[in-house]
Design a protein around this ligand. Structure first.
Ligand SMILES: Cc1cc2nc3c(=O)[nH]c(=O)nc-3n(C[C@H](O)[C@H](O)[C@H](O)COP(=O)(O)OP(=O)(O)OC[C@H]3O[C@@H](n4cnc5c(N)ncnc54)[C@H](O)[C@@H]3O)c2cc1C
Length: 408
């Protein structure tokens, strides 16, 4: 790892040491097993909640650890260095479920919803994507119609992280169809975990204080290329009654809430990507130091050293970009372009580094005996989730052209 001390304070280094130790001890021994079984890691979720990983940047009064976004970024990075299905648990929960409530919620909403989330009592999620609208999320179809003091929601979301195991969700629905993306509202919605027995067994992931909303159900677990132990499902809304006080932000002003949440989420996905790349690089340094061909350790060949040097440089650059974007967001400064650039750069670095890692493990890299094939599969989603690379390039160029006065 290159020197990043200009960005970091003592508590960031402490967070890195603590999470690295935890991930090596508790996650590394079981990561391959969870990838294979595709089960949600309930026992480790409970342990992560006990050490305060589900509310790192939030104040203690809301159940958080009273640190900051950069500390959360480092925690995600260190979990992803060992296993990305575990890191996404903290990443999605923190940036997609807790953060919008923290930034946009009323005091009452923070007490009702942020507290159980940030204290690690229950898991949360974010419902934006629909079967017919992904990159063009403003074209969502889920509808919300006012009836007395309630909103009636109908529709469907897909690809929702924690869709099954989560209990609190921020969901987007169309409240003024004639206004397009300016007619979308964000709602806070509750349901029970669909793995209630497991949640009760470990004592994490369920709260009796939250009222499940009738008509809010989930589809079956979606099977994926990677992030196999992460729970991804459809959310289904059939005449779900949502009380007025569950509107997050203002009516018809939900889309900016989702976009702001994605800006922060992109910093988080960049952290996943960096962690995966770092883990794959370290595995490769170790392997190429043990494996000999032509009477030499493989990393004594200059061609291999060039590959390792390239990966190290890209990971370092991705860290600088990501920590910088995190600092801008922490300081309340504009960071849309910086977050998009960090995710774009870091996710490509993760994909290229993990492909290199498999290559430098030779045939063993292609086997399930070594973690690099899992890391390669897990890296791919960082180029897709929370804005594909193509969408990020649109965001980056739009911000750039705006700065040059070429577009408004
Ligand atoms: C494992 C996983 C977890 C996820 N978790 C969540 C979650 O918790 N909450 C949530 O709301 N969503 C979630 N998603 C959804 C994710 O954000 C979307 O998959 C992503 O935004 C892309 O949308 P899409 O899949 O509909 O692809 P599409 O939008 O259909 O895109 C398909 C291809 O077309 C390209 N494309 C689209 N428009 C353009 C354009 N204008 N110019 C150039 N190329 C373009 C895209 O880049 C992509 O390559 C998750 C997805 C996965 C796979």
């Amino acid at each position: 790892m290159g020197d990043l001390s200009l960005f970091l304070e003592d508590h960031h280094e402490m967070m890195r040491d603590m999470v690295r130790e935890f991930a090596e001890a508790e996650i590394a021994p079981v990561a391959a097993q969870y990838d294979e079984s595709e089960d949600f890691p309930w026992d480790n979720g409970k342990k992560m909640s006990e050490i305060g990983l589900f509310g790192i940047p939030f104040e203690e009064e809301y159940g958080g650890a009273d640190m900051d976004l950069l500390a959360a970024v480092i925690a995600v990075e260190e979990l992803a260095r060992v296993d990305a299905s575990h890191s996404i648990m903290v990443g999605a929960h923190t940036s997609l479920a807790c953060t919008p409530i923290h930034r946009w919620g009323t005091e009452e909403q923070k007490r009702r919803f942020l507290k159980p989330l940030a204290s690690g009592q229950v898991l949360g999620g974010f419902g934006l994507t629909e079967p017919g609208s992904g990159s063009d999320s403003g074209a969502m179809r889920t509808s919300a119609v006012k009836k007395g003091d309630r909103w009636i929601l109908n529709g469907q979301k897909t690809w929702i992280t924690h869709g099954g195991v989560g209990e609190i969700f921020m969901v987007g629905a169309v409240t003024s169809p004639e206004k397009g993306s300016r007619g979308i509202t964000a709602f806070l919605m509750t349901k029970e975990s669909c793995e209630l027995e497991e949640a009760k067994r470990v004592g994490f992931g369920h709260s009796d204080d939250l009222e499940p909303m009738p008509g809010f159900t989930v589809g079956k677990k979606l099977r994926k290329l990677g992030w196999n132990a992460s729970d991804t499902r459809e959310l289904i809304f059939e005449d779900v009654e949502v009380p007025e006080e569950n509107v997050l932000g203002e009516i018809d002003r939900g889309f900016p809430v989702f976009l702001d949440t994605l800006d922060g989420g992109r910093v988080g996905i960049a952290a996943h990507a960096i962690g995966i790349a770092q883990g794959a690089l370290e595995q490769t340094i170790r392997y190429t130091g043990e494996r000999k061909q032509f009477n030499k350790k493989i990393h004594e060949f200059q061609g291999v050293q060039f590959m390792l040097a390239e990966a190290q440089t890209r990971i370092h650059a991705a860290r600088v970009m990501t920590y910088h974007a995190a600092r801008l967001r922490m300081d309340g400064k504009p960071h849309k372009q910086e977050a998009a650039m960090a995710k774009y750069f870091a996710s490509e670095a993760a994909m290229d580094t993990t492909i290199m890692a498999v290559q430098l493990h030779g045939g063993y890299g292609y086997s399930r005996e070594y973690p690099v094939e899992r890391m390669m599969r897990d890296a791919k989603i960082t180029e897709i989730g929370e804005g594909t690379t193509e969408i990020l390039k649109i965001v980056i160029s739009r911000e750039m052209l705006k700065a040059y006065g070429e577009v408004t």
